[in-house]
Design a binder for this molecule. Structure first.
Ligand code: SF4
Length: 437
């Protein structure tokens, strides 16, 4: 059977779709690039932002005339379960976040019995992480590796603990062996994934902590770069921060969502840190690596957010000067405490604040990218550049995109590039005579 996967949401979902694709390929099915070519369309969903169920159903509505078999998996599948089958006849099965490893069996059952199926039960930690044991069909120099799933923080606005379940860490031996396998296939960079990677291993008392895991990964032969996402600031300890600048593989960038610059709002969000504590961590990170690239998430228009609270968020952005910022408007999500909080703001206020915030950040990002001009950066070459023609595209260790004119075949290698100009979203460079490696 030919299958196509449409993925919504974060890198964790992207990685899970790749694992599902690898599992189906192992069972003899063919992964195709367009829904037109497919017999089966899988939709891997995300419910972190507003109206995800509507998005999925409208996509199913658009795909329906093609007459293909459709399966929905991931967070929306978990959240709505059998309701999805009731709302649309085209959906043949619904698979929850902890059941992706069952995709092959579910497909067999649906085809054999011609019955629609729903499997969204939460299972034990071992079974829920089974999909990650499937080896990736790796074709690039960079790969994701999920190290844990779920979250115990229950921030007041977040649906994740309800649709992904509680924190579960994969055994470290399994993670190390996966990364060794990837490195042996030529992967130079890995990004470790989890909702809160700093709490890796806390549910496995006889296994490694996150800090120990990073140390072990650093020793893997052939691996050049390690990143991790996401860190909840309250859980990011000195032990991990001290590894920056010490571990050769650990890239000089970190994503550290602050969500608000106001202590009052941070408390309502249940984030477990204050503005001052967040800023202290930034100072410590910059002491270790002065040029460390900082990215973060921020929410605008949380219930009860006043103009003063919002100004405190703006002042934090100006103080830290993030390299990149992902900004979102608050939307109430089911099951969450904040959806019942008083003081829900009008959409117009939230939109206006978001625009102001983005203007501040855009100026900072552009200025910081322009400051890269003249520097020589190590760039891991990922593919062809969209523009200019004939150029290649890669990423620096501090996570900036660089387009540059290549010398010879340097695809999937780390090369030295002199930056000539910085733009809003990327840098332009010239490759040096001598590659880095
Ligand atoms: S740390 Fe908070 S925002 Fe992040 S996944 Fe957990 S509950 Fe959601």
């Amino acid at each position: 059977m030919k299958f196509y996967i449409k993925t919504f949401g974060c890198q964790m979902n992207v990685n899970e779709s790749r694992k599902v694709a690898a599992l189906l390929a192992r069972k003899g099915h063919d992964h195709v690039d367009t829904p037109e070519e497919a017999d089966l369309i899988l939709i891997n969903t995300c419910s972190v932002r507003e109206k995800p169920e509507k998005k999925v159903l409208s996509l199913v509505g658009r795909l329906a005339p093609m007459g293909k078999m459709i399966g929905v998996m991931g967070c929306v599948a978990q959240q709505y379960g059998s309701e999805l089958l009731e709302k649309n006849d085209e959906i043949k099965f619904v698979l929850g976040t902890q059941k992706l490893h069952r995709i092959g069996d579910i497909l067999d059952d649906v085809m054999r019995d011609h019955k629609n199926l729903v499997d969204v039960n939460f299972v034990d930690a071992k079974e829920s992480l089974e999909i990650f044991r499937e080896p990736l069909i790796q074709t690039t120099c960079s790969a994701f590796v999920t190290i844990m799933q779920g979250c115990d923080n229950f921030c007041s606005y977040c649906i994740v603990p309800f649709v992904r379940g509680r924190e579960r860490s994969r055994p470290s031996a399994e993670i190390i062996s996966e990364i060794e396998g990837l490195a042996a296939k030529g992967v130079l960079e890995i990004s470790l994934l989890g909702q809160n990677v700093n709490r890796y291993g806390l549910d496995r008392p006889h296994d490694l902590t996150f800090h120990d895991l990073l140390n072990k990964i650093n020793a893997i032969k052939g691996l050049r770069r390690v990143r991790f996402i996401t860190s909840q600031p309250a859980s990011l300890g000195d032990d991990t921060m001290n590894l920056f600048g010490r571990l050769e593989t650990l890239c000089e960038s970190i994503h550290l969502p602050f969500q608000s610059g106001s202590d009052r709002i941070l408390k309502l969000m249940g984030r477990g840190y204050t503005r001052g504590e967040y800023l202290e961590k930034i100072i410590k990170l910059r002491k270790r690596v002065p040029e460390i690239a900082l990215s973060a998430d921020v929410i605008v228009g949380f219930p009860g957010e006043t103009e003063q609270d919002f100004n405190e968020t703006l002042s934090l952005i100006r103080e830290v000067r993030f390299d990149t910022l992902f900004s979102f408007i608050y939307t109430p999500r089911p099951f969450t405490r904040a959806s019942d909080y008083p003081g829900q703001l009008d959409k117009d206020i939230k939109t206006e604040r978001l625009q102001r915030l983005q203007a501040v950040q855009r100026a900072i990002t552009l200025e910081k990218n322009r400051q890269q001009a003249g520097k020589i950066k190590s760039v891991l070459v990922e593919g062809k550049s969209k523009y200019p023609e004939g150029y290649l595209m890669g990423r620096t260790r501090d996570n900036r995109i660089v387009n540059f004119e290549p010398r010879g075949d340097v695809m999937a290698r780390e090369v030295a590039v002199r930056i000539v100009e910085g733009f809003q979203n990327s840098l332009l460079g010239v490759m040096e005579e001598e590659p880095c490696i």
